[in-house]
Design a protein around this ligand. Structure first.
Ligand SMILES: Cc1ncc(COP(=O)(O)O)c(C=O)c1O
Length: 405
């Protein structure tokens, strides 16, 4: 590969858990990033589906600056008006009645899992503790999150697995039915569209079926919409595409803050009935800075024009990328995902493809099942999408030429 993938020496004092690209980013605007050498890149990573409105969206910058002059932090022992406002926006837009704010997706997942088990304890069923996740999922890096997802690479070497966590296989309907009918089951947790797992969308009728079954057996249904939520699929939440599929609990983060760290665990009043004073909390969760940016991001993302743009440009992408797959079957095996959570399953190793795309000044994210993901900002224009496709085409040509040598 012409671009090295080793860690730069200047990263020496950073714990070595990241396989960083050799790119030091200095500034960004919309879907563009510039490195410290002034080189421009088209950004289809967007902070891994986090900068939903692109870099330095003027409204987000404005509200953050305004809030920085007013109040940064007070702790959750006081009322925080911004929290109440954003919670109202989120509950008005969803099945939920209450919200717990966090700083990250992982913390939202922790809250969801605790809420589910506490619901059963509060209901007089403390034996209901089993949590079932799905293979290929990603829910974050805390102990509970890695145990819920069960990816061996993330669980091994960290001591015994937590009890009460198992994984189901997508499409194994009999096993799914048995797990839900198990009288000690507390909850099922699922990403309606898997992100890290390689842009795998659960069919809509399966979400509807999961909802019906979990309801029938009194099992809590948790959606992890940390990556696929907040407009990424062209609806505000990915499960909105499915009929009668609203969960009991849902985790949101990433684009919720448009790049400012914030997450949220949403729940129905019934599901949250065990979450009483003192059983959970956070120092920073929902602080005024995060809430100011979160409110502005929510208002922009929930606009019909933003969501329609995702649907329209995703349609263009789908058509163009399918064409690319047909022209380069030696490079692209599959085009999948939903909206702007797009996966290209590749023949070459995905990290090599990412480095070659970077040579074309295009940034794409990796993913499971040897995919690369395109996760552009939701306001990407068709012209920018055309540029993305051109750069991908050039990358495919380079891959083909290398394979021939
Ligand atoms: C689906 C999903 N859940 C949870 C997380 C964890 O979020 P965070 O990294 O903000 O803790 C991620 C992060 O990539 C994610 O994609």
């Amino acid at each position: 590969m012409s671009t090295p993938t080793t860690t730069a020496p200047s990263s020496d004092h950073i714990m070595g858990v990241y396989n960083r690209a050799p790119l030091a980013v200095e500034r960004g605007r919309g879907a563009r990033l510039w490195d410290t050498k002034g080189e421009e890149y088209l950004d289809c990573v967007a902070g891994i589906a986090t900068n939903g409105l692109g870099h330095c969206h003027p409204r987000l910058v404005e509200v953050l600056k305004e809030q920085a002059d007013k109040l940064w932090h007070v702790s959750n022992i006081f009322r925080i008006p911004g929290q109440e406002e954003l919670a109202r926006r989120l509950t008005d837009a969803t099945f939920a009645d209450v919200v717990f704010f966090t700083n990250s997706g992982t913390e939202a997942i922790e809250c969801a899992l605790k809420t589910a088990r506490k619901y059963h304890t509060a209901g007089g069923n403390p034996e209901r503790v089993e949590i079932y996740g799905f293979d290929g999922s990603f829910h974050g890096r805390s102990y509970a999150a890695i145990n819920a997802a069960g990816n061996p690479g993330y669980v091994e070497g960290f001591g015994p697995r937590l009890p009460g966590y198992s994984q189901l296989t997508w499409g194994d309907h009999e096993a799914i039915k048995a797990a839900i009918a198990n009288p000690t089951t507390a909850a099922i947790i699922v990403e309606p569209v898997q992100g890290e797992g390689g842009a795998r969308a659960m069919p809509e009728h399966c979400l509807t079926g999961l909802r019906a079954l979990t309801r029938e057996h009194g099992v809590i249904l948790i959606y992890d919409e940390v990556q696929c939520g907040m407009g990424r699929t062209g609806r505000l939440f990915a499960h909105d595409w499915a009929e009668d599929a609203a969960p009991d609990i849902m985790c949101v983060a990433k684009a919720l803050g448009g790049g400012f760290p914030v997450g949220a665990c949403l729940a129905s009043a019934e599901a949250a009935k065990g979450m009483t004073v003192g059983v959970h909390g956070s120092t920073f969760g929902g602080n005024p800075l995060a809430m100011a940016v979160g409110l502005a991001a929510f208002d922009e993302i929930s606009k019909e024009e933003t969501l329609a743009n995702v649907r329209d440009v995703a349609g263009y992408f789908n058509q163009q990328l399918t064409g690319l797959k047909d022209r380069f079957p030696d490079v692209i095996l599959d085009v999948r995902g939903k909206g702007f959570l797009i996966g290209l399953k590749l023949v070459p190793v995905n990290r090599e493809f990412m480095a070659l795309a970077r040579d074309q000044h295009l940034l794409v994210a990796g993913g499971g099942d040897n995919c690369v993901r395109l996760l552009p900002p939701l306001n990407l224009t068709v012209e920018e999408a055309r540029e993305v496709v051109e750069k991908l085409e050039k990358t495919c040509e380079v891959v083909r030429a290398k394979a021939a040598t």
